[in-house]
Design a protein around this ligand. Structure first.
Ligand code: CTP
Ligand code: MG
Length: 228
């Protein structure tokens, strides 16, 4: 059987949210946002879940999330790093063996198990794929004076979400190469594979509800989505 492991990232500080506790631990209907994220993976076809948490937050996460609900698939809690890519790397190193790995933002609690399963199906043939949705607004490229320098064709633009799924060996070699570099500037896992290995990465059509909780207004809609 081909083993699939999910790395759920919850080691961020949530600076843009501005709350005392990190956004992944904010509650909706008495349950932390991270609960909803982990529940979707627990109910999906992934074999194992690794949760990456902030330094000093392990006991908190265990008490209020991991041990507080009857999850079946969580195998490890590991400590993340300074940047998202550091946390991903810690998660990758904690995997003993698997064929496919899914990286997911813990701050995206609205994804459905069906979306996860569709991503697993896709990665088996594509080897590298990410979930995303078509852009609804026109996007401008601007320079720092505010002057618009380009308007890319909207039909070609997709908003990238997570999960991002890869052949495990491929993602490990991309990350290993990344850390040999200076001045790392990547914002998602696909970009690591694109820039380090020049391998093809495919887009899987996702769901507009799979938003990342980033700023306070996101909580208003996430509450509605989670209540459905
Ligand atoms: N993340 C992580 N480790 C980091 C930074 C981010 O595991 N060093 C995780 C976050 O917990 C989140 C996901 O990566 O689930 C996406 O990151 P982002 O939305 O930027 O979250 P934060 O970094 O927490 O928020 P901010 O950038 O506003 O501080
Ligand atoms: Mg961040």
């Amino acid at each position: 059987m081909e083993k699939t492991v999910a790395i759920v990232l919850a080691a961020g500080k949530g600076t843009r949210m501005g709350t005392d506790i990190a956004k992944q631990y904010l509650t909706v209907n008495n349950k932390p946002l991270l609960y909803y994220t982990l529940k979707a993976f627990d109910d999906s076809l992934v074999d194992e879940i690794i949760v990456v948490v902030g330094n000093g937050e392990e006991d908190y996460c265990r008490k209020h999330v991991v041990d507080a609900y009857p999850f079946q698939k969580i195998s490890k809690i590991v400590i993340g790093g300074k940047e998202r890519y550091d946390s991903v790397y810690e998660g990758l190193k904690a995997i003993e063996e698997c064929e496919y790995v899914l990286i997911h933002d813990g701050a995206r609690p609205c994804l459905r198990p069906e979306m996860i399963n569709k991503t697993i199906e896709e990665v088996k043939t594509k080897k590298a794929c990410v979930v995303g949705v078509p852009v609804k607004d026109t996007i401008k490229v601007v320079e720092n004076t505010g002057r618009i320098i380009d308007t890319p064709e909207r039909a070609k633009l997709m908003i990238t979400q997570t999960p991002q799924a890869f052949d495990y060996e491929m993602l490990c070699s991309a990350y290993e190469k990344l850390f040999l570099q200076e001045g790392i500037n990547v914002t998602d896992d696909a970009m690591v594979v694109e820039t380090m290995l020049h391998k093809e990465v495919y887009m899987v059509e996702g769901d507009y509800c799979n938003i990342k909780v980033t700023t306070p207004e996101d909580l208003v809609v996430v509450k509605q989505f989670l209540n459905r």
